[in-house]
Design a protein. Sequence first.
Length: 479
Amino acid sequence: MASKTARARSTFRCSECGWSTVKWVGRCGECQAWGTIAEAGTTPVRTAPATVVERPAVPIGQVDATRAAARSTGVSEFDRVLGGGLVPGAVVLVAGEPGIGKSTLLLDVAARAAHEARQVLYVSGEESAAQVRLRAERIEALAPSLFLASETDLATVLAQIDQVEPELVVVDSVQTIASAAIEGAAGNVAQVREVAAAIIQHAKARGIAVLLVGHVTKDGSIAGPRVLEHLVDVVVQFEGERHSRLRLVRAVKNRFGPTDEVGCFDLSDVGIVGLPDPSGLFLSRRDEPVPGTCVTVTLEGRRPLVTEVQALLAPSPGGSPRRTVSGVDSSRTAMILAVLDRRVGVPVRQSDCYVSTVGGARLAEPAADLSVALALVSSAIEQPLPARTIAVGEVGLAGEVRAVTGVERRLAEAARIGFTRAIVPRGSLADKPAPPSMQVLEVSDLAAAVAAVHPSARDAAATRGASAPPAVPSGLHSV
C-alpha cells in the first residue's frame, strides 16, 4: 500500500488580519478589507498520526474546579472588569490608545501582587528597565519580588519565565516581541500570532496568569491578527479622553465573568486610582438647570451610571444642517430628530444639531434615547427641564417610548444622588415600588414625555414660528 506523501499547496493571506485561503480573492473573508490578499508561499499538507494519550479524558463532574478560582489583583475596579480577579493560566489582553494608562495600571497590579509574596515578572519591550523603575518609584510600585526584564526576543522572554518561575507575567507589549523562527519585523501579522501562541502555551502549561498589552489601530480596534483576540481568555479595552483624567476599562470578552463590565479610574501624576463610586462624574456642576440638558441613567454591565446629555440647536446658515455628536450614536440621534419633527412637531429640521455627553461618557444603549430627545426639545424651545429630573427610555419611529431593562436599579441610583423626578416608559415598574423620595411619571409616547416636562411646549413652538405639536394623547400617569 502506497504511503501518503506531503503535498505543497499555495496559500494566500490577508495583510491586515492574517486570514488565509487556498485561492486568491479580492476581499478578505475575515476583516472585509479589499485588496489585502497576497500569496504567502506554499504550505505542506501533512496528516498527523494518532499518538498515545497521556492525560485521558475524565467525567466532567470529577474535574477539579478549584484550579480555576480567581485571585484578586488588589485593584477592586480591575477585579470588577475581570470577573473577580486573575485565574491561574488565564491570558488577558489589555488594549488602548498610547498614553491612556495601560502600563501604569499593569505596573500597579504587578506591584500589588508582589507585595503579597507572589513572584511577578514584568517584561518591557518598549521601555528600558531604568524607565520602568522611574515610573514604579513615582507610583510607589517597588516590591522585592517584582522582577523586571527589558527584552524583545521571544526565546529570551520564555527563558526569563522559566528562570523566575512567576505566578504573574506582564508583557508590555506583545507587538514589540519577535521570534527568530519567523521572518519579518516585530509587530507584523505572523510575528504577533507566533509570539502570542507561544506565550499562551507557556502560561497554560505552567498555570501562570499573563497580562498582555496590545496596540490599537487608528480606528480604535486592536492591532494584529483577529486570531489574537480568539486565543486569549479576556479582552479589556481602555477608553477615555486624552485631556481628561477619567479612564474607563471595559471587558469586551471574558471567559471567566460577565462581558461589557466597566471599571472607572482616575489617572493623575501619582498613578491610576480606582473610583468605586463614579456617580456624579458625568454631571455638570451648576446651581440652576439650563436649556438643552437632560440627565439619564445608563447601565454598564451591572453598574448604573448617571450621565448628563447636552444638546444645542442653532440656525443653519446653509441649506444642509450639520449633525455633530460626541459620546452618543449619530444614527440614533438622526432618528430621534426625525421623530421629533414628524411625530411631535418640534422645529429641528432646518437647525444645526450638536449633541454631547459630559465627562467623556459614551451612551451606547437605546435607553438614552428619551434623554437625548428631551434635551433637544429643551434647546428648541429654550426652556430647561425641571430640576432634579431624569429620563430613561427607548424611542421608536412611531413616536412610542419603549421599556428598557434594569429600571429599578437606574431609579435607585438616581434617587441616591438626589434626583426626585423620573420619566420612564409605561409599565416599567410592573407594580414594584418606586424609591420613596422620587416621583415617577410613566409615559407611552414621546409627545406625552414632552408634555410632562414642558407643559408650555406648544406656546413656545408657536412663538418661534413653528408648527405646534399635536395634541398630547392620554398616555401619561404618575406612580
